[in-house]
Design a protein around this ligand. Sequence first.
Ligand SMILES: Cc1cc2nc3c(=O)[nH]c(=O)nc-3n(C[C@H](O)[C@H](O)[C@H](O)COP(=O)(O)OP(=O)(O)OC[C@H]3O[C@@H](n4cnc5c(N)ncnc54)[C@H](O)[C@@H]3O)c2cc1C
Length: 464
Amino acid sequence: MRITRRTLLVSAGAGVLGVLLASCTPEPAPSPTPDPSSTTPAPEPTAPSSLEPSAFVRSAWSEDPFSLGAASFTPVGVQQSARTALAAPVIDRLFFAGEATDEQAPGTMSAAVRSGISAAEALLAASANGDRVAIVGAGLAGAAATARLASSGLELTVFEARDRVGGRVQSHVDDDEWPVSAQLGGWLVDDALDAVIDWPASLDLRTAVLSGALWRSTEGDDVEPVSAKPLTEAITTAQSRVTDESLTEALTEGGADPDDAALQALLAYLSTMSGADADQASSWFPPVLPPIERTAVLGDLAALFEELLDGAKVSVSSPVSRIAYDDDGVSLGVATGESLSFDRVLVTVPLGVLKTDGIEFSPALPFAHRGAIADLGMGLIETVWLRFDEPVIETDASLWHVVGGDATIRTWLNLAPATGENILVGLVGGAPAGEFAKLDDDAAKTAALASLTPFLGSTQSPAA
Ligand SMILES: Cc1cc2nc3c(=O)[nH]c(=O)nc-3n(C[C@H](O)[C@H](O)[C@H](O)COP(=O)(O)OP(=O)(O)OC[C@H]3O[C@@H](n4cnc5c(N)ncnc54)[C@H](O)[C@@H]3O)c2cc1C
């Protein structure tokens, strides 16, 4: 696998979900899972006085007008085929790509790349040499499409709304504050991504393998690793029913209590991957449980985009506000006031932008496209990066979970075992991510630090 050849360190220790998915009985069992009925509503969070990060940075994708969310998901009752409907070209003038158009692994970086390549190939097949082609959006889908179309005899222009390329992949680079790039969007890579991308030699290919899990009660006790078995069994049963139901409904019908603190912690983790809450997500097309080990990119991913976009004219700070099309061509209205003509356009903007009429189409898109845009869900995920001078606790576990209580952030990635740097990455998904995104930086930092309270004050080994 190309990107892992310079992997920093493979940490030892079993990843908890893999163990659980294999239906093993977890051990040891230090103390019982807390009873959710014993938890009391928490007042405004206060940060522990012993914790003061030396660096802090966070995302706010839910509020960002050029994403309006983090990742598409399939809501209960919606067919995955809505994604193919969204990807369908319109009279060979408009083409669509982006993670939301991919049925295989929506909401991921591999989906974005795969969709970009596939749409580029469809566009190429419909084009003549010298055609003027606009690509709207310079995220992974737009960049992968551009790379596929470069040297194809087309005249390519990329319009990007933000003042940077990369979209929902964003490496925050600050050598004074961050020894590794703080990744505010996609950064956990897998074989599926490796299969569709050629990592450029110019990319800082440092990666870290994150493994080993720690499950803590709000009282600071280790609790049993939470079993995914009730969830996987509920999904399996729900998939044989005649109508789709939400994960929450599937769990309830399977005899599990979705309000159980342990299950809530697992569902919170799941929503940091999909952006959906359990009562929104389909059990016919459920979010995928993360693998036991995650590979994280530590370097600056901007180099990837520079390489992929080479060969096209890239116009940043150029939000497209209108796309008018007919049998003869396409006219793009850019928020700067310009109106430009092209033979074909590839639209890669996020589903969140399409859902809020961020671009006016004239004529309106076909019903199948509009139906898909309305039906698919845009999930919310936010991340917060904290660097400390000292370790918060000594542990080999890279994945921390808070069980019980009402911590804003229940899922943490600890980069210390793999990198030696005291960096904790908080992940929050679903409705709590929307609330977190609305906080100002001070309140977000306080909420993040308060969420770490269960991990203070002891030395632990990863749970098996
Ligand atoms: C916090 C977070 C963590 C994630 N973690 C992972 C992970 O670890 N692994 C993984 O595989 N995936 C992850 N993802 C998902 C992954 O990042 C996305 O699926 C992928 O980057 C989407 O690429 P895209 O090209 O489809 O969309 P985008 O990257 O959103 O690109 C679309 C582009 O269109 C631009 N645009 C929007 N409106 C306009 C307009 N009107 N005119 C012109 N341009 C416009 C946007 O600015 C953007 O650059 C994560 C996402 C988030 C938010």
